[in-house]
Design a protein around this ligand. Structure first.
Ligand code: ADP
Length: 352
């Protein structure tokens, strides 16, 4: 026979309440010498699966309260023995509640570890990864096909529109290069190749990535503000890898935006020089970083998103550190999250 979750929880709740009532009556009506209150510990233990931690704690406290009340109401018996029995019962209930809460926490940790393992297994057969790579590469491929058809049409005209056809070819070459660099980037990441450091303009890299996300920013009505000082010195790192990190952080910021349209939907991106390093900062007005999220942010295969893979930030950290920088996160002041990373500044002598 099948009961709905609601029926089951009502059933369990009444069982718990019934058992507590019976123990209370037995504890109050019997002499002080009969420590019926110890049985409350069994109630707490059996409620472990049904209740959330807060409710369990409340149940433990209620049981201790009822033990004390029974003691006050019990009319007969040896008072001192009753006092000791009450103390023992209360201690037993408190201890069992504490143990049960720890048990619950351990089970939750085990479940989280299992979910993470499942994701690792999923990514190991590469389905998740290939889907996202295919998605990225597909866009330039589709653009190449479109430009190819356009080129054919320009050439088939009488007289052939050579200039237009040349422009279409130019677009095809650009898109083919983009597809190639995406594949190269993925290959170098999975092989863990050392970064190819060169001098580059971090602000220009930011602008390029932002331009790629323009469609999503407009669709989702997100206000993006850039603070890119014109006198920022050049960076010394692998420009393609750094762009991947910026892209990851930007996508995460967009994913974290609140669903409600009327909520504040802002992302600030800034760059600055700090000593001998350049620091990139991205601040969002999203859901923010709860302590349990912050503890795992950079762990591989750790995600809170239903479709997430949980490798964006761990890859970002590998990249930033391989390029001689550091990456870290902070809760935003008020709302949202802040992610920062540093990179070495190119010295005067360094040339690519
Ligand atoms: P994925 O995006 O696939 O989940 P990431 O490694 O990029 O993988 O991110 C891991 C987790 O970190 C996310 O699932 C999310 O819980 C959290 N996170 C990352 N960026 C933000 C952010 N800007 N605001 C809130 N949470 C974030």
């Amino acid at each position: 026979m099948h009961f709905s979750a609601r029926t089951q929880s009502i059933f369990r709740g009444s069982l718990i309440a019934g058992a507590m009532g019976a123990i209370f009556v037995a504890d109050t009506l019997t002499n002080y010498e009969v420590a019926a209150a110890v049985l409350y510990a069994v109630v707490v233990l059996s409620a472990e699966r049904a209740l959330k931690p807060r409710a369990l704690r409340a149940l433990g406290i209620a049981c201790i309260g009822m033990t004390v009340l029974s003691f006050v109401l019990t009319p007969r018996g040896h008072y001192h023995t009753g006092l000791i029995n009450m103390g023992l019962s209360a201690a037993a209930i408190a201890m069992v509640t504490w143990l049960v809460l720890r048990m619950q926490r351990a089970r939750a940790a085990a479940q989280a570890a299992q979910a993470r393992l499942e994701r690792i297994a999923r990514a190991q057969n590469l389905s998740g990864l290939t889907t996202s790579i295919a998605h990225e590469v597909n866009q330039p491929l589709a653009a190449i096909v479109t430009s190819g058809h356009a080129g054919q049409r320009w050439l088939a005209q009488d007289p052939p529109q050579i200039d237009k056809a040349r422009q279409a070819l130019q677009r095809m070459l650009g898109d083919a290069e983009r597809a190639g660099s995406i594949i190269a980037r993925v290959r170098s990441l999975t092989r863990g190749e050392p970064p190819q450091a060169s001098r580059f303009d971090l602000n220009a890299s930011v602008r390029e990535i932002v331009a790629l996300s323009q469609g999503r920013l407009e669709d989702e009505d997100i206000d993006l503000q850039l603070h890119l000082p014109a006198d920022l010195p050049a960076a010394w790192a692998d420009a393609v890898q750094v762009q991947q990190v910026i892209g990851n952080l930007l996508l995460n910021a967009l994913d974290a935006m609140p669903a409600a349209r009327e909520a504040r939907r802002e992302v600030h991106i800034g760059t600055a020089r700090e000593g001998d390093a350049l620091v990139f900062t991205i601040r969002d007005s999203g859901i923010g970083l709860a302590p349990e999220v912050q503890a795992h942010l950079f762990d591989a295969f750790w995600t809170t998103k239903p479709q997430g893979i949980g490798i964006g930030l761990s890859i970002s950290r590998t990249i930033v550190e391989a390029n001689g920088g550091r990456i870290w996160a902070e809760p935003g002041a008020g709302l949202g999250a802040v992610f920062r990373f540093s990179l070495p500044m190119a010295s005067q002598e360094k040339h690519s």
